[in-house]
Design a binder for this molecule. Structure first.
Ligand code: SF4
Length: 81
């Protein structure tokens, strides 16, 4: 359960009241990796993703983010809890 993951990105498909993340799993990567990889590369492939070091929090991103209502919600195998 990911009830310990808090998030304020409230237009994400996985966001829930109280600033909770309701995704069954997420993956955080570097911004450069996140912007260069398609939406289907996500938490379900996390064990195969190469290291993506960052110098600050501003260089990291939630790769699992998908905008609410997007046609890409189901392309990565991540589900709501
Ligand atoms: S998937 Fe990422 S952006 Fe979306 S609610 Fe969870 S932590 Fe926030």
């Amino acid at each position: 359960m990911n009830q310990h993951i808090h998030c304020s990105v409230n237009n994400c498909h996985y966001w829930a009241e109280g600033n909770k993340c309701d995704a069954n799993e997420i993956v955080v990567t570097s911004d450069s990796f996140g912007s260069s990889m398609p939406d289907r590369i996500d938490a379900t492939q996390a064990s195969t993703i190469s290291a993506t070091p960052a110098s600050s929090c501003m260089e990291t991103c939630c790769k699992t983010f998908v905008e609410r209502g997007s046609k890409n919600i189901n392309v990565d195998g991540v589900t709501r809890l």
